[in-house]
Ligand binder design. Sequence first.
Ligand SMILES: Cc1cc2nc3c(=O)[nH]c(=O)nc-3n(C[C@H](O)[C@H](O)[C@H](O)COP(=O)(O)OP(=O)(O)OC[C@H]3O[C@@H](n4cnc5c(N)ncnc54)[C@H](O)[C@@H]3O)c2cc1C
Length: 412
Amino acid sequence: MGREILVLGAGMVGTCTALHLAMRGHSVALVDRGLPGRETSYGNAGIIQREAVSPYAFPRSLAKLAGVALKRGADVNWHLGALPAVAGGLSRYWRNSAPERYAPIAAAYARLIEHSTSEHAPLIAAAGADDLVQRDGYLHVFRDAASFARARRDAEATAARHGLQVHALDGAALAAEEPALTQGLPGALHWQDPWCVSDPGELVARYAAHFQQLGGVLVQGDAATLTATAQGWRVQTTRGPVEAQDAVVALGPWADRLLKPLGYRLPLFVKRGYHRHYTGGPTLRRPVYDLDRGVVIAPMRRGARITTGAEFARQDAPPTPWQLTRAETYARELLDLPHPVEGEPWLGARPCTADMLPVIGAAPRHRGLWFNFGHAHQGFTLGPASGRLLAELMDGRPTMVDAAPYSAQRFG
Ligand SMILES: Cc1cc2nc3c(=O)[nH]c(=O)nc-3n(C[C@H](O)[C@H](O)[C@H](O)COP(=O)(O)OP(=O)(O)OC[C@H]3O[C@@H](n4cnc5c(N)ncnc54)[C@H](O)[C@@H]3O)c2cc1C
């Protein structure tokens, strides 16, 4: 017999959680203050990163740290004023990035990401979203022969260890594969297992529409109104109060705002990121990640989408899109990008944890409350696998992977 369940947040993570719970016969209300997939899950680079077996560690080499401190490249920016607020989370992030701590974290990360494309596949089919998905990987391109050679060695070792496919392309092969790119680059790595989505927000919207076909209810409401009742949980929506035995917090970068009043102090922080689309130039066949500069250019329905790396800032601080301006300059060295589509760049925030692992499982101190957030750089990738894992935990079923590393209990 199914239970009544509220899922708060209709990004990729919440929508997939709601879908998995509905597929298991529960009566699910998916609550968002807006439409599904219009926030972080809209603005990303759209890559289902099957190859991302290691989460983004805090840089440990002096050269890298100097690059971060001096804001070289387009991969990292930081606001001085935000540092005191995020210092605690960042120092834990730094400690967890030390090799001996990082190894078990990366192993737990890899176990989940292994199920990324295989868990998206049935949802894409059921939601009729094949037209949005290209299944032939993406490219890491390099400007410098030495960094290409180093990255190639590392990538081939990673691929061998994890059963992934990566092909190294020399300059001529890259020019043949991606004729729109500037000639003369030393080479690229073609990761073949990832899938690329031409409209990430639309994929979430299709998953949400499928959830409704299964009888799920999509409703607008404010998660901040969540209160405990004698039987479970209640939230206020545009259709009045909705009650359920269980509630799932899947609020991405806004999770902390609900958790703090409930007494949870988890080491969460955000890495902001920008994007803008460009039209009028030649089209790439697949996304290109310029590793030497920290810029992704992804061919999307609206044009070529340039995305930036991490900005350490307060989530609601005004945009400071110099990273995007710099990314645009770098991207134009690789590809002709005549016309920006949006007047102002899009700004979003990756929901991060200090140990780089998402938080999936029961809330430690509240009966019937569940967590699914903190997917950082790969929440678009991990939504279906995390949704399934949480649904299995909520049903008390054997889980697809050991869920212990993702439990909120790990933070004490
Ligand atoms: C520039 C950039 C590029 C990226 N590229 C990739 C990529 O290529 N591949 C990848 O896997 N990941 C990528 N990511 C990361 C990925 O986008 C995120 O990890 C993922 O979208 C997080 O999904 P989510 O469902 O947890 O959060 P969100 O998508 O943000 O969803 C949270 C939802 O909660 C709702 N909400 C918030 N507060 C309330 C409230 N009070 N009441 C009701 N609803 C509320 C919001 O409206 C929103 O719909 C990228 C991120 C950025 C910023």
